[in-house]
Design a protein around this ligand. Structure first.
Ligand code: PEP
Ligand code: MN
Length: 395
């Protein structure tokens, strides 16, 4: 893990001022700073990937979620890869997103806002700097290759330009799917890699995607990621794990939603099935008491990851469902709106998460374990989960 003081030349001067002296967690050690500056300048000269008007439309739709009149469904790969950036894979993920959204829509009688983890989900934060082979941990295709050699893991700034081109191509698929379905689909990712994100800040918007979130590992209130989020007008997500205190949740709401604007801030709880019932209520109550109209979203994936005896990272369907169930129970008890779900899934027939209707077992994980980072629900498991969530909504 790296903590680097930020010195970003060439970015919006007001943004540069608010970033000055702040540390940015989880940034790569680029081997060649001159090349990074060139790539940042090249990104800064490229057109924005999304339009401010589309970002504002998403904020308006999320305002409906914040006010209890809609639900939000976010989902897609944990880590998008350059090799996986094919129309087939993208469409399979978007179809899964829309299919799940429809199931929730029917059960809740509320519109569901679909946001993909797509067209920019190329950078990963890691809890350990070194992987099980003793190599620098894989930080996403935007930084280096996942291949297990020291050369492959060397950060290459040129990859940020490939990421931009891939995001552009993925957004074409997103827009084509929107045109077919008459439902506007939006793109979101973790705004992690600042050398990529900052040159795409234009006119007070982060135009690398519609929805940008801050992860559990980079949410230092005084850090660069929160400063970036404060500067931009996008709808912002913030992940909160079981260690988050009510005072912290409130401080984030004050920092990121000072105007109490519905749709601006989504707090994404990722507590784990065992912790959601005790850890979530005090956060919801503190934020509500201060009058912040946030969207509360449930990420039932990241608090429920474990390794099998042979060291394969996985998640059990039942634990994922248990966290969702606990999250709905918390909101029902408090009278707050359960805003929706944030999932890691793919429409592809992978074998990465255990359980589900087909009761995937540990010895089957290796059959099609294709994720570049965390285990995803496959298409079947995703629809099963959405059906069970629909039952919860109908209770
Ligand atoms: C993720 O969404 O892939 C992720 C790393 O989540 P978190 O920041 O909640 O751990
Ligand atoms: Mn993940």
């Amino acid at each position: 893990m790296t903590e680097t003081p930020t010195t970003y030349g060439g970015v919006d001067p007001a943004l540069a001022r608010s970033l000055a002296g702040r540390t940015a967690a989880q940034q790569p050690h680029w081997p060649d700073e001159r090349r990074v500056r060139e790539v940042r300048a090249a990104l800064g000269a490229l057109p924005p990937l999304v339009a401010p008007a589309a970002v504002d439309r998403l904020t308006e739709r999320l305002a409906e979620v914040a006010q209890g009149r809609a639900l939000l469904l976010q989902g897609g790969d944990c880590a998008e890869t350059f090799a996986g950036n094919t129309p087939e894979h993208l469409r399979a993920n978007l179809r899964t997103l829309l299919h799940c959204a429809t199931l929730l829509e029917v059960a809740s009688a509320l519109p569901v806002v679909p946001v993909g983890r797509i067209a920019g989900q190329y950078a990963k934060p890691r809890s350990r700097p070194v992987d099980s082979d003793g190599l620098p941990a894989y930080r996403g295709d935007i930084v280096h290759s996942a291949a297990a050699t020291p050369e492959a893991r060397r950060p290459d700034p040129q990859r940020m330009l490939t990421a931009y081109a891939d995001a552009e191509a993925a957004l074409d698929v997103v827009r084509a799917t929107t045109a077919e379905t008459h439902t506007e689909l939006f793109a979101g990712h973790e705004a992690l890699l600042l050398d990529y994100e900052l040159p795409l800040v234009r006119d007070g918007y982060g135009l690398s995607g519609h929805f940008l979130w801050i992860g559990e590992r980079t949410r230092d209130l005084d850090g660069a990621h929160v400063a970036l989020a404060r500067h931009i007008a996008n709808p912002i997500g913030l992940k909160l794990g079981p260690g988050a205190t009510p005072a912290q949740a409130l401080a984030y709401a004050e920092a990121l939603d000072p105007d109490r604007r519905p749709g601006r801030l989504t707090l994404i709880s990722r507590m784990g099935a065992d912790r959601v019932s005790d850890a979530l209520p005090p956060l919801v109550e503190a934020v509500a008491a201060a009058g912040h109209p946030v969207v509360w979203l449930c990420d039932p994936m990241h608090g429920n990851t474990h390794a099998t005896a042979s060291g394969v990272k996985t998640r059990h369907f039942d634990r994922i469902l248990a966290e969702v169930d606990g999250y709905f129970a918390v909101h029902r008890a408090l009278g707050s709106h359960p805003g929706g779900l944030h999932l890691e899934f793919t429409g592809d027939d992978v074998t990465e998460c255990l359980g589900g209707r087909e009761d995937l077992r540990e010895d089957q994980l290796s059959q099609r374990y294709l994720t570049a980072c965390d285990p995803r629900l496959n298409g079947r498991q995703s629809l099963d989960l959405a059906r069970l969530v629909a039952e919860i909504l109908l209770r």
